[in-house]
Design a binder for this molecule. Sequence first.
Ligand SMILES: [Ca+2]
Length: 561
Amino acid sequence: MTPYPTAVGSNTTATIARYGLTESSLRLLGKLFKSGRIRPAAPRRTMDAKPKGPRWWHGATLYQIYVRSWRDTNSDGYGDLPGVIAGLDYLQWLGVDAIWLSPTMPSPDEDWGYDVSDYLGVHPDLGTLADMDKLIAEARQRGIKIVLDLVPNHTSSAHAWFTDARSGRESAHRGYYVWADPVKREGEAGGGPPNNWRDAIGEPAWTMDDASGQYYLHNYLPSQPDLNWWDPRVHEEFRDIIRFWFDRGVAGYRIDVAHGLYKDALLRDNPPLIGGGRLDGGFGLRPVYSSHRPDTHGVYRDWRKIADGYSPQRLLLGETWMGDLGVLASYYGQNDELDLAFNLPFVFAEFNSGALAGVVDETLAKLPAGASPVWTASNHDISRFPTRWGGGDERKARLALLVLATLPGTTTFYYGDEIAMTDVAVPRELRRDRMSPGVGTEGRDAERTPMQWDASPSAGFTAEGVTPWLPLGDNAHRNVAAQRDDPRSTLCLVRDLLSGTDETFFQTVSARGSYTAAELLWGHKFTNIFLPPTADGIVRIDLRLIDGTEPAILPEIAPKS
Ligand SMILES: [Ca+2]
């Protein structure tokens, strides 16, 4: 790859030619350098030196792999763990510090692995325990850590615990799940569910077990019974599960539905949702009694002690689905609960500087000192940001990637973000997500389609002639192979942002910023990326664009409805 200029302005003629800059914009750059408004520092890395010692995820880049869609090595149409191993060199080149694997444990796949039937195994579609061990070892050789997805809120109804639990009221595992007798309400003949809770598709969160005459709770699908965290044996089971994978070299967990786990002991009705958005509730209810229960914090204090007992310290990263950043911050505790809590208000913010900067400012203000925020813009549940924020416009995706890569804290990319992969319209007959009715009319398959490795008919995902489990997107238009060969590509932009040292990072941003801003970002001349560091060493991002001497605010971009 052709190196970028070592300093903008050091070779004015070449810089102008290469990036199409004007003389005046170069003069502006020079002024900004001299004024100190731009600092040659990699802000995210400064968070390493905090009082509680180095934590590897501070300033790190995590990369989420939806394993079934990454690379298929045995031609069954599903990506697999050997496929992840095959992609490690690529991720090392990209500059990734850790991989979060979507669920890898055995599962009937009613919810594609988020219905676990064995927490100590590997799904046969994805590989074997030996493959997992090999992946951990091969990744370690490349300086990459492996983070697993852990699902503690519920199991699959096929899990041996639930099979036993539903065998009778006196069964050994009955107490592992949430059971309730029918409740007779005014005007009802017979009895009904014990409260008004709704599951993820909007149906009653209770299913009658005819054999015992009791309901069991499922906040997601009926095949995903909620665990009963009031039973101390459930805590013991999960301590064992956590240690099992930590002992094998797993570097941490992304914790599914981290705001769940405990439910109200009295099973009170949820109040109506008045105002609020997608993050505040659903189906007309605010889930104050079915999530965010105060006792859940004790689980993370307990797990944190276990995680901190390992060297290097293991990561606890929560899927914390909530709209209130104060509540989000509470999951960090006093730096004694979750290490990182996903920031969904950022994901769902509109793509404009005011909305994003507002979430960033409030997040940094509310987290406990020394804690790292974690930023992401796409995942397996949410429309990809090049579509949601950018409407498919690659220029807007590049700006979003620049923002993600330069925010202080930890960044998580979803596979394909780095090539600006967009959502794929999956025909109804090819959809695989059974939870779609509850999460949106188009469901979640659109953001789960196979990785676009190259322009071939199989996209390099699987063997030629094999039908992938979900249809391919426009891989001829956006793929890794083509972008890797093009130093001006989105992929190379991300690679430069992630893999540079402090100095080259700054130079890269400067160089990219000049042409990115001039050519791509709505005609403005330069992106003012950083504000001077604050007293605690955190450098803040400023999303304003500089045009001439006046700061300009990014134009409003309506999110895709
Ligand atoms: Ca496969």
